[in-house]
Design a protein around this ligand. Structure first.
Ligand SMILES: [Ca+2]
Length: 444
């Protein structure tokens, strides 16, 4: 079932050997080998970082206030929403994380222009970082910044919540997948092939384009699942109050987690175990629905779970944790905002209750993180680190074998404008600030 592929040694040699071959490629240096062998900029750089704080953060309450009326006030006579209790814990590790016992600190390793997402390529330590305006830049774990391998800035815009939003590599390292909004504001999932060790930017092609009726709530996170499929999170279409009515509709690709097989057809295939693979009331690509703006999500391969952080509107931020095999679930929006009723309606069937929430007394827009599985910070192993775009403090959430929260620890680490976490090849965790810095999570 697992389709992780270790990049063959001979290919690694090929990549190195081809590091000077750039003919027939895109305008930026697309040579993958540069990321590992030809550092060009010591880090942290001395150049001033751009500070392109977005006109709106990834869908905050402030955003909603500008373009939508506040939601209906929950009333006491709303029937209790039936809920499901996911059971995503086949092999929880025996040791429980104890993040409060370690003195954690953020170490700035590099600065880029509005770094917004990070991915690693199998067999390679390089941190491939997406800049919001459209470049993909290699950063070494020691902070060395290389030349961009791709620049799609002519094909995207950065207003509102738009831009290059996500990236991930195929398991064999032969394809780079991108998630961005195009010049019409639509969400695009595109593939860029590697051949002869060189990323062929000119051969980029869109696999899936999903029109977006408003400029916000684009979601856009893109991850290669442990099942070898591409997982793509899209917001509800934007404005406020789920104005376009996508949240409770599994037959639309908005307000949903999508799951496709990039190698299973042209331009892609549908995994046979997608809940509506054969049609019916849902779209074949949809894995889950009832989401507002799942800006960031991540897999934990030890527990075979997916953690989804869904940005709230007026008052509640939400973290969901379910098994990778638990397809077809309804996460509640807009009938539920986090663990509270929202629009007065009720779903036809059960909805997933969050594993954890916090209110806007603490933040305004959750930035979902990752479960730490590295080797250096024993006390952190198994904890889910996350933050909030407005608040900036990083918390470590610990759950037990049943998925119930044990504790939610303020780690003492904080930063401005956090938009994403990334995981290095060795399991190290990184936090990206839209203000420029890339930080590694370390201990004093
Ligand atoms: Ca929800």
């Amino acid at each position: 079932m697992l389709r992780r592929v270790v990049i063959p040694a001979v290919l690694l040699l090929l990549l190195t050997a081809c590091s000077a071959d750039t003919e027939g490629t895109a305008t930026v240096d697309p040579t993958l080998g540069d990321g590992t062998s030809a550092p060009t900029t010591p880090a942290p750089t001395t150049s001033a970082p751009t500070t392109p704080a977005p006109t709106t953060e990834p869908s905050s309450a402030t955003t909603e206030a500008e373009d939508g009326t506040p939601s209906a006030t929950p009333t006491d006579d709303v029937p209790a929403t039936p809920t499901t209790t996911p059971d995503p814990t086949p092999d929880e590790p025996a040791t429980v994380a104890d993040p409060g016992s370690v003195d954690l600190v953020l170490e700035e390793i590099a600065r880029l222009s509005a770094p917004i997402a990070m991915a690693v390529r199998p067999g390679d330590d390089t941190l491939w970082v997406a800049e919001r305006a459209g470049r993909v830049v290699p950063v070494q774990p020691d902070g060395t910044v290389g030349e961009a391998i791709l620049d799609i800035s002519g094909d995207t815009t950065t207003g509102s919540e738009r831009g290059l939003l996500g990236l991930t590599w195929s398991a064999d390292g032969d394809t780079l997948y991108l998630s961005y909004t195009d010049t019409d504001g639509a969400n695009v999932l595109a593939a860029v092939p590697v051949s002869d060790g060189v990323l062929r930017a000119d051969d980029r092609r869109a696999l899936l384009t999903v029109p977006q009726p408003a400029s916000n709530h684009n979601g856009g996170d893109l991850q290669l699942g442990p099942d070898g499929y591409l997982w793509w999170a899209l917001g509800d279409g934007g404005a406020a109050d789920d104005r376009f009515g996508n949240g409770q509709r599994p037959d639309t690709l908005l307000g949903a987690m999508l799951r496709i097989d990039p190698d299973g057809g042209d331009p892609y295939g549908i995994p046979a175990d997608n809940p509506w693979a054969e049609g019916g009331e849902g779209a074949p690509e949809v894995w889950a629905y009832g989401l507002r703006n799942p800006w960031r999500f991540a897999f934990d391969t030890v527990t075979d779970t997916v953690w989804i952080a869904d940005v709230g509107q007026n008052s509640v931020e939400e973290i969901d944790r379910v098994g990778v095999a638990e397809a077809g679930l309804n996460y509640g929006w807009p009938h539920r905002e986090g663990d509270e009723p929202f629009d007065g309606g009720q779903a036809d069937g059960p909805t997933v209750e969050p594993v954890h929430t916090y209110t806007h007394g603490r933040g305004c827009s959750i930035t979902g993180g990752r479960v730490y599985r590295g080797n250096d910070l024993d006390a952190l192993r198994g904890a889910y680190l996350y933050t909030d775009f407005c608040d900036g403090r990083i918390f470590a959430l610990v759950v037990d074998a049943d998925g119930s929260v044990v504790e939610d620890v303020d780690t003492g680490m904080s930063l401005s404008a956090p938009v994403a976490f990334g995981e290095g090849a060795d399991g190290a965790l990184y936090v990206l600030s839209l203000d420029g810095p890339i930080h590694e999570v370390t201990a004093r």
